[in-house]
Design a protein around this ligand. Sequence first.
Ligand code: BES
Ligand code: ZN
Ligand code: ZN
Length: 504
Amino acid sequence: MEINVQRGDITNHPAKAIIVALYEGTAPTGPTAAVDQRLEGAISQLVKDGEARGKANELTLLHTFWRIPSPRVLVLGLGKAEECNLEKLRNAVAVAVRHLRSLGVDTIATVTHGADAQGLDPEACAQAIVEGAVLGLYTFQRHKKKDEDTREISEITLVEREATKLRALRRGVERGRILAEAANWARDLANEPANYMTPSDMAERAKAIAAERGLEFQVFERKDMEKMGMGALLGVAQGSHQPPKLIVLHYRGGKEGATPLGLVGKGITFDTGGISIKPSQGMEEMKSDMAGGAAVIAAMSAIAQLKPKINVTALVPATENMPGGGAQKPGDVVRALNGKTIEVINTDAEGRLILADALSYACRLGLSPIVDVATLTGAIVIALGRAAMGAMTNNEAFLDRLRAASQASGEKLWQLPMYDEYKEHIKSEVADVKNVGNREAGSITGALFLQEFVDNTPWVHLDIAGVDQAEKEKGVLVKGSSGIPVRTLVNLALSLAQKPLPKK
Ligand code: BES
Ligand code: ZN
Ligand code: ZN
């Protein structure tokens, strides 16, 4: 899909459809008023009649019967002008372009909505519009035969009257495209069935994107892990015929020797639960238990394109969690890279095991700060539902920075506490720590377990198990993988490049 910025007048654009905005409780203004005038007041008439009310995501389609070059005008509701923000804009645009695609429209022109209401920054609005379009139009059709009447949008044009604004809009469009395409790349990996996305496949995809973007790529094999002493990752991998991989990507945009930001992502390419096997109902969803890993690789791809002045290293421990004859058993004790021993009470709490080694390795490399991203616990869905990821940290100042990055992306996070009281639950009689507590505060005990492997490095754990999948179309989300939190991670890297986390 081509996305362009053009100087001109939206009323004269020949695209198959043009999109104009309507705010709740107001008459058409700005470009919407200009289009309305050319349509002899058709939009304002619909407003008066109460058909077009400007509610968020409301769509009203008009046919223009040669009054203007474009045959269609889609009036897009953006809600109350004073409540309009970038996230509402992203979602509304996604809904609008999906609808136009379903009508067979293949070229669209739009103005930079939002910039008119409440003075949102035009560059940020352009970015949000492109994110909404690229994310909202995502489909995953690789394994289906091509439908005869597959409809696709080939071109979206942002039309702007003022020449002075064009440069900023082009920057916004470019950034929006890079971020949304990275998220879609992560969606592709997480949507892939596990027989097409083994740890080896994941490493291949990472290698290919690294080559494309000029990132350094490394992969550790089973024998490397044995030599290094990654007993926790190896323990999970031993039940599978698929060889495990530890995928490493480096981006070097900062000064030589400057401490890199660390991004660590859970890469379980299929989670059966191991010997503590999961119920078969819904188990197919566990093909996306590598969504955290996919997200950090995708974020690296976007970072390499945006070129912030910062060093970043991504680590993705990738393995299946299978109940094969060689599988680890409840009660087994494994030793992680940092020397700590772990009693494996439940083999289904495998994410934290592979992350124990990856986080230990991140510390050994001196990465700081560190974010890990993982579909870690079902408990986070009970705690926060599907609206926000859970964030847990040993460093409030760092979480503040990540929170700002998440607010800019619209990928919501909510903090859970890491009180010492909860540590009780993961004390083991036979090892330094055990991998599960009781049922209480399951997401927090998961995070407390991970904390055993990060030393004192500023660190945030993001539990994305509630938000990595969408059950149905909703704004920028389509059914399947969400690509969360790719855009947040990229925003974080951009923000830390501007202003590093102060060293204590
Ligand atoms: N991959 C799962 C968590 C998960 C659950 C992700 C639902 C997405 C949707 C993880 O490995 C797991 O099985 N966690 C266990 C931990 C428990 C054994 C302490 C869980 O949440 O039940
Ligand atoms: Zn599991
Ligand atoms: Zn898992």
